[in-house]
Design a protein around this ligand. Sequence first.
Ligand code: CTP
Ligand code: MG
Length: 187
Amino acid sequence: MVLSLQSLFGALIFILPAYIANAVPVVLGGGTPIDLGRKFKDGTRIFGDGKTIRGFLVGVLGGAVAGYVLGLILPGTAYAFFASASMPFASAPLQYALCGLLLGFGTMLGDLAGSFIKRRLKMERGQSSIIMDQLFFMFFALAFALPLMPTNIYTFENIAFLVCVTYIAHIGSNFVANRLGLKKVPW
Ligand code: CTP
Ligand code: MG
């Protein structure tokens, strides 16, 4: 197994639009909930008030915009993950934007799936669960971007690294949110 720093960093850059998509709704989300207030068979909300239509849309859009920005920066660097020759359309940023769109869409679907399961487990809105809050969005994002993912990024070591980074980021962000008074407990 060859652990390459460049490869790990490359994986982190590739997945960046998913992190952005996950974060944007916290700031720009809100409004009408996706489940329109409806309950599932078990009498608990389908997704809950934390999953809104606007949040979903700005998340997907945030992923696409992040991808587009990467497409302006990465071509010509060691971290360009699309060779210009493999480009199905003329402009590089559009290919990166499409990738960001898929990552953003996967992220928001994974986020919904996570909340769906949390509600079935009778977990309150905002109650934290590493698996549902962090790993669902990551794996959904990776699954959706798979058709565009270069094979050198899709390695076991890289995916394991991303899971670790996501875990640490989760703990770090909860700690910061606690210090800022946004969250009562630091986990
Ligand atoms: N958000 C949103 N729409 C979404 C996702 C998130 O408006 N589709 C906003 C909501 O204000 C939400 C916040 O981002 O409260 C944080 O998102 P998240 O942690 O995913 O939701 P929680 O409120 O923790 O709810 P859940 O327990 O269902 O995860
Ligand atoms: Mg949450």
